[in-house]
Design a protein around this ligand. Sequence first.
Ligand code: PRP
Ligand code: URA
Length: 277
Amino acid sequence: MPLEDDRQALFILRHHRRFPSASHALVEEIGQRIFILTSAASESMDDRLVFFHEREDSSFSAMTTTPAFANLTLIRHPLVQHKITLLRDRRTPTKIFKELVDEIAMLMAYEATSELSLDPVTVQTPLEQATGFQVSGKKLTLVPILRAGLGMVEGILRLVPSARVGHIGLYRDHDTLEPVDYYFKVPSDAAERDFFVLDPMLATGGSAVSAVSSLKRAGGVRIRFLCLVAAPEGVRRLGKAHPDVPVYAAALDRELNSQGYILPGLGDAGDRLFGTR
Ligand code: PRP
Ligand code: URA
């Protein structure tokens, strides 16, 4: 069923598991700004999304959505999965852990920004005038949740160097597991910006819900949440409190233990990132 899409330069073909062999020809045939939905051939827990930018398919592999977690997009790119596995390894030292968080955040941001809207612009090349695109609106704003979210900032800034950076200070009380907030600073024109809240771990979801609530109180409207490892409990809690906030994760793990740690997880992200165990 073809639908008009108001975003520029994106063709989205939703399909089941495999990339349909005829899809390249299909994409060639359709005009710009068309959103195509093809029905799944059979029942599955997973559907895949493939994003087409203009006439070429993304060099990244498909992202996966899961009907059980409608707010969640898992980023299945092989490099992301490879690096997440290294991150989980208890033998990975602080220096490498930090580099991996940085690299995974950058790779995830490539996918999480794939639906940003674009405005057409013209530029003068050395030879003639060309039409192109620029990301609409004000500069993107990254909002790391302190401390561990800080580890995701630099990697994303390499991809979006002009992004602004706000900060939300929260720590999880060890006994109640509820977040305690101690700092909040984001740009004042929050309503006009696209926010990416960053935290490697989405465990009970308490910190994420609190961070997004604070951001909304400050006027934030378009908010996405990026984490490396998510627990089902946290995805559900965030989805219930803020159904309008898409969640991107590299892994959806099994469960939480009685101390609120994700299993199998990767341990305490802040401690491993900053060497404070
Ligand atoms: C960790 C993590 C998240 C939070 C997730 O931070 O970085 O912010 O726990 O848990 P939740 O989903 O149950 O709220 P922590 O509170 O350990 O603080 P830190 O980053 O300063 O180490
Ligand atoms: N915070 C972490 O750093 N790790 C977990 O597994 C849960 C919360």
